[in-house]
Every structure is written in structure tokens, then in C-alpha cells.
Design a protein around this ligand. Structure first.
Ligand code: HEC
Ligand code: HEC
Ligand code: HEC
Length: 378
């Protein structure tokens, strides 16, 4: 049960005050069947079909049954755990209802439900009755959030909801064969069949950036917790820190820089503050172009022999995701023109042990040249 405690702690630490007032950690869970009526979220019409989309197409619906696959049994056995389908160290992410204590259940919860509506939107006890009221009744979205509905329209709150399951896995589980998790909010949000319309002013590039700052916070937290000796984690932290440091002055010109902060616990706090501030910044199109330009100009840093190869590989990993999301947020013509150069970078960043910083630097230079031709001269 300790992992659940940890996740609840992380969520509580970072949830904004408005959500904390309703204390969602104490509200009870109802389960997806309470959302599925056809007049609610299980109908055929557009914007009434969230349950249907989740139930038929969302990988989260199947995450509990993943634990019954032979591969899961293998991972669990290699980590010295018993049945993965019921083990607390697996269900915490794959079948979160199985980890909900009895005191937090309002009725029977189906442990096979996977990552359910309330895993993302927060336990419904406090908000279920009032959330059907509308602006016409004088009940605003803010009122719903105050009642305990998680404010997933805010990229910072959304990142916190996803990252709890999408960045950190303990080392023994990785060694046992669990895939490594790399959190990237924008791409992963698009990877889920989207059962919503993004709010006006939503920016994929901003979601990417906030997600990276939140990932830096999580990795720093895990590093502090594990006593700062894990080289793999240190390299992951260095990669994230690099991408946030190289970009923060464009994202938030008034903010202070992460530069000079070295202790993990302080990086954790600083990254959280950057993420929160980043979520509230304006995001004109020029910002996305400026970020692409800055990152495309970092080739020389990959030629710096003073930086360990493991760290360069982690920088590369975060950089290709950054370029991908920033291009997707810019315009389709530019994205198409730069696709071959980006593909090459993805290819070179794919394998961490085989990462060759010099080759990567050369490919990044080619990317930079293409970018200048197509973005800056047009
Ligand atoms: C309670 C834990 C939990 C939360 C919260 C959660 N996920 Fe997941 N997610 C998982 C698990 C577990 C899987 C793997 C499913 C499987 O294959 O069994 C997954 C898989 C995915 C996948 C497909 C695999 C991949 O990484 O590309 C996407 C995309 C995804 N999640 C996006 C999101 C987004 C976006 C959010 C936040 C809005 C989110 N998830 C919140 C647990 C969670
Ligand atoms: C911190 C959250 C977390 C924990 C703990 C966790 N998983 Fe996962 N697991 C995920 C996510 C997220 C994915 C999806 C990764 C992706 O596709 O990029 C995943 C993927 C998997 C996959 C691969 C599914 C596929 O389609 O390739 C298996 C198998 C799996 N997990 C089994 C387990 C087992 C067994 C345990 C316990 C020993 C466990 N997981 C613990 C979050 C978690
Ligand atoms: C993996 C996380 C996740 C899960 C699971 C999930 N949602 Fe969502 N949902 C989101 C995000 C992110 C948004 C977008 C932000 C918003 O509009 O609140 C959203 C938006 C919504 C909206 C607003 C739609 C709109 O266009 O304004 C409804 C309604 C909704 N979800 C219902 C559900 C229901 C019902 C379920 C379960 C059957 C569910 N969600 C499961 C993440 C999730």
C-alpha cells in the first residue's frame, strides 16, 4: 500500500488550493457505471459519449487486464512478487480501484475497471450531484472544481493527474522488465482517444512544456527519496533539467532560472513552481517558433565531451519529443517539411546505450538548417 500512499502524497503536495478545499482525498469513489447512463455520458450523441469512447477505445480501460497477461506474470515473478493482478505494486497504476481502501468506496467498485473516470476526474462523491448544473443555473465550472471535480482544463493540474502513473517506476520493476516510463503531456494526451474538446486558448506546446517541468519535479522527488545514488535517475533528471533550463526564459521571461540549483529537493520545488507559472503564461505562435529556433541551435552542446554520454542520451530523448510537439503545434506545412530531419533525430535517440552524441549533433545541425530555410525565410 505504500505506493498508493506515495501517490496520494504527491497529488496532495501539488494540488492547487481550490481543489484542496474540497479535499478529494477524502471524497469517496462511485465507479464508471454511475457515469454510463445514456442521458449522461453513455449516449450516442457528440459530447454525451465519453463513457462509450473510454469503454471501447481507451487503453486505460484495459490496463487492469494487462496484469493477467503472461508478460505481467513474468515481470512480477522476476521482481519476486506474487500475483500481479492483485499485488499493490502493480494495481496502484493498472487497476487503481483495487487499491482504494474500503472507507473510500461508495458502493462496490469493479477492480477490473482499469484507469477509470474518477482516476483522472477525482472521486465523485463531492461533485456528482452538482456537476450537472449549468451556467444558466448560476453554477460555473469554477463551482464544480470547488466541489471537487479536478480542473483538468488547466495543464498544470492535468499534468499532475497523469504524471503520477506515467513517469516513475521503481528500479527493481524496471530490472524485472517493466517498460521505462517517459512522461510527455501533449503527445500522451493526443494518444488517448479524446473524449473532450479542448478549451479555448489551449496550447499543445504549453502542455508539452508544463509536462516536462512536472516530470522534472517527479524525477527529482524520486531521486531524493532513493538517496541520490541511482545513476539512471540522475541522467534522467539531467536530461529534463537541460530541456527546462534551455527553454524557461522564452516560456516565462519574468521567471527566475533553474541555473545554479543543484540539490534534488530544491530542483523539485523549483520545477513545480516553473510548471505552475508556465501553465498560466500566454502562448502566442511566436513563442513556439522561438523555442524551436533555440532548441535547433543546441548542436554544439552535444559535441561537448565534458558531458557524460548517458546524460547526452537523455538530453537527446527529451529534445526529440520537444521538437516533435513544437512542430505539431506550429503549422502543418512546416511540420511536413521538417519530418525527414526529425525522423532521423528520433532514430538516433531511440537506443540509449547506442547513443552517439557526435552523430546526433550533425543531424541536429541538418534539422537547424532545414528549420531556418522553411520557418524563418518564409
Ligand atoms: C491511475 C494511473 C493512470 C493515470 C492517472 C493515467 N494513466 Fe495513462 N496509463 C496508465 C497505465 C497503467 C497504462 C498502460 C495501459 C496498459 O497497456 O495496460 C496507461 C497508458 C496510457 C497511454 C498509452 C501508452 C502510452 O504511454 O502512450 C496513454 C497515451 C496514456 N496512458 C495517457 C494518459 C494521460 C494523458 C493521462 C492524464 C490525463 C493518463 N494517461 C493518466 C495509467 C494511468
Ligand atoms: C507507476 C505506474 C505503474 C506501475 C507501478 C506499474 N505499471 Fe505497468 N505500465 C504503466 C504504464 C504507464 C504503462 C504503459 C507504458 C507505455 O506503453 O509506454 C505500463 C505498461 C505495462 C506493461 C506493458 C503493456 C504493453 O502493452 O506493452 C506491462 C506488461 C505492465 N505494465 C505490467 C506491470 C506489472 C506486472 C506491474 C507490477 C509489477 C506494473 N506494470 C506496475 C504504469 C505502471
Ligand atoms: C486518463 C484520464 C481520463 C479518464 C480515464 C477519463 N477522462 Fe474525462 N477527461 C480527461 C481530460 C484530460 C479531459 C479534458 C479536460 C476537461 O475538459 O475537463 C476530460 C474531459 C471530460 C469531459 C468534458 C468534455 C468536454 O468536451 O468538455 C467529460 C464529460 C468527461 N471527461 C467524462 C469522462 C467520463 C464519463 C469518463 C469515464 C467513462 C472519463 N471522462 C474518463 C481525462 C480523463
Amino acid at each position: 500500500m505504500w505506493i498508493r500512499t506515495v501517490i496520494v502524497t504527491v497529488v496532495l503536495m501539488v494540488l492547487p488550493a481550490t481543489t484542496l478545499c474540497a479535499d478529494p482525498a477524502l471524497a469517496r469513489y462511485l465507479g464508471a457505471q454511475s457515469c454510463s447512463a445514456s442521458s449522461c455520458h453513455g449516449g450516442a450523441g457528440e459530447r454525451r459519449d465519453q463513457w462509450i469512447q473510454w469503454n471501447s477505445g481507451d487503453v486505460h480501460r484495459r490496463s487492469a487486464s494487462t496484469l493477467t497477461l503472461a508478460r505481467s506474470v513474468q515481470i512480477a515473478a522476476a521482481a519476486g512478487l506474487t500475483d500481479p493482478a492483485t499485488h499493490s505494486r502493480c494495481v496502484v497504476c493498472h487497476a487503481p480501484f483495487a487499491a482504494v481502501p474500503v472507507a473510500e468506496r461508495l458502493g462496490d467498485l469493479d477492480r477490473g475497471e482499469g484507469v477509470s473516470c474518477e482516476s483522472c476526474h477525482a472521486p465523485a462523491e463531492g461533485w456528482i450531484r452538482s456537476h450537472t448544473r449549468t451556467e444558466r443555473d448560476g453554477f460555473t465550472y469554477r463551482d464544480k472544481v470547488a466541489a471537487g471535480l479536478r480542473d483538468l482544463r488547466n495543464p498544470y493540474v492535468r499534468a499532475n493527474a497523469c504524471v503520477a502513473c506515467h513517469e516513475n517506476v521503481d528500479r527493481d520493476l524496471l530490472q524485472a522488465g517493466h517498460p521505462e516510463l517517459i512522461f510527455e503531456l501533449d503527445g500522451q494526451t493526443r494518444g488517448e482517444p479524446r473524449h473532450w474538446k479542448e478549451p479555448a486558448g489551449f496550447s499543445g506546446a504549453r502542455a508539452w512544456w508544463v509536462g516536462q517541468a512536472v516530470a522534472l519535479r517527479e524525477v527529482s522527488w524520486q531521486l531524493t527519496r532513493s538517496g541520490q545514488t541511482d545513476e539512471r535517475l540522475k541522467a534522467r533528471q539531467a536530461g529534463l533539467r537541460w530541456i527546462v533550463e534551455r527553454t524557461e526564459s522564452i516560456v516565462n521571461p519574468d521567471g527566475t532560472s533553474l541555473g545554479g540549483v543543484t540539490e534534488s529537493a530544491r530542483i523539485q520545488a523549483a520545477a513545480d513552481e516553473r510548471a505552475r507559472a508556465g501553465a498560466a503564461t500566454d502562448w502566442p505562435a511566436a513563442k513556439t517558433v522561438a523555442l524551436l529556433q533555440r532548441l535547433a541551435g543546441t548542436a554544439a552542446e552535444f559535441r561537448d565531451a565534458g558531458v557524460a554520454k548517458e546524460i547526452q542520451a537523455r538530453r537527446g530523448e527529451r529534445l526529440v519529443l520537444a521538437l516533435d510537439r513544437l512542430l505539431a503545434a506550429s503549422n502543418p506545412a512546416l511540420e511536413n517539411k521538417l519530418e525527414p530531419a526529425l525522423k532521423e533525430l528520433f532514430h538516433l535517440a531511440q537506443s540509449l546505450p547506442n547513443f552517439d552524441p557526435t552523430q546526433f549533433a550533425a543531424a541536429l545541425e541538418r534539422f537547424g538548417t532545414e528549420f531556418r530555410v522553411h520557418a524563418l525565410r518564409e
